[in-house]
Design a protein around this ligand. Structure first.
Ligand code: 15L
Length: 296
């Protein structure tokens, strides 16, 4: 039996995407646990680096900048890249090439762990009446979601071939309170995000894992038992906010409301209306979403 790896005394952490919305939330939380951290982004953070923080500007599309960014680091929390749907070239550079550059640089620099901010949009085309676990077939709802699927896959390669410890969090929506009905199912409180990130950085059993980034949400669509096995104990409950959220009127979205990914599914959607494919894949729906098909 291989002896367990001794825990890193104080891992040197790099937070990418530190100037973004989730990065700005996670930055002080990570700093409070791990002390000095390195921050990185394409743009300076609104809040300048404080004591114990250093900032390295890096464009994920540039392998040399990414290599400099990861030098001397033990664990990377990779939030960087596009965080919503966008033009292909942006997604390609930042999320596809960028995540490849990150793993390749991490491997060469001897980084031990990567916590990858994947997204619910890697599986956004599952219908809302389906509970999905970490091992379902990927069903991205956007170019962005497909880039997150790629990120999970390239992480598996570096884990299995090179021994990096890779922890993927399919994040729902990080906020201090759920924003709408859909988010009642996928909300992730910042303190619960920190718990998951800490599992990714510290848990001795992590080789390659996928978990869902969700708080204790009674309306969840996800089977997050693996996260619980690794010690995750979410503290925030979306149901505590349900009455307020449900009282707010919402604009119906006939496509988005059927699927877990919401508006990411309805953007550019023409499966039911495309002139050349009417009755094609719409009629022969995949078994997964048969239940979500609109009444004919
Ligand atoms: C995401 O992956 C995005 O990064 C975030 O901005 C939200 O749109 C979130 O998903 C969501 O699904 O609500």
């Amino acid at each position: 039996m291989t002896p367990p790896e001794p825990p890193l005394p104080r891992p040197r952490i790099l937070l990418t995407g530190a100037s973004g919305a989730v990065g700005s939330i996670l930055r002080p939380l990570l700093g409070s646990v791990y002390g000095p951290i390195r921050l990185s982004d394409r743009v300076e953070p609104a809040e300048p680096p404080g004591p114990g923080e250093t900032f390295v500007r890096a464009d994920l599309g540039d392998p040399a900048q990414v290599a400099a960014m990861v030098e001397g680091i033990d664990a990377i929390v990779h939030l960087g890249g596009c965080s919503v749907e966008g033009p292909w070239d942006d997604i390609l550079q930042a999320n596809i090439a960028g995540t490849y550059h990150l793993y390749e640089a991490a491997h060469r620099a001897g980084v031990s762990r990567v916590v990858f901010a994947s997204s619910n949009h890697a599986v956004g085309f599952y219908p809302r009446d389906r509970t999905v676990g970490p091992d379902v077939t990927l069903r991205p709802d956007s170019r962005y979601g497909a880039s997150k699927a790629f990120g999970e896959a390239i992480g598996a390669l570096y884990a299995d071939k090179h021994g990096l410890r890779v922890f993927n969090i399919r994040i729902g929506n990080v906020a201090t309170a759920p924003l709408d009905r859909r988010r009642l199912a996928i909300w992730l409180h910042p303190a619960d995000l920190l718990q998951l990130v800490r599992i990714g950085i510290e848990h001795p059993q992590v080789h390659y894992e996928i978990v869902y980034g969700a708080s204790d949400n009674a309306r969840t669509w996800w089977d997050n038992r693996r996260a619980h096995e690794l010690g995750y104990r979410p503290t925030a409950r979306s149901e505590d906010h349900a009455a307020r959220v449900l009282a707010r009127p919402e604009t119906p979205d006939p496509v988005g409301d059927r699927f877990q990914g919401g508006t990411f599914c309805s953007q550019e959607y023409d499966r039911d209306t495309h002139p050349d494919r009417r009755g094609g894949s719409g009629a022969g729906r995949a078994p997964d979403d048969a239940a979500a098909a609109p009444a004919q």
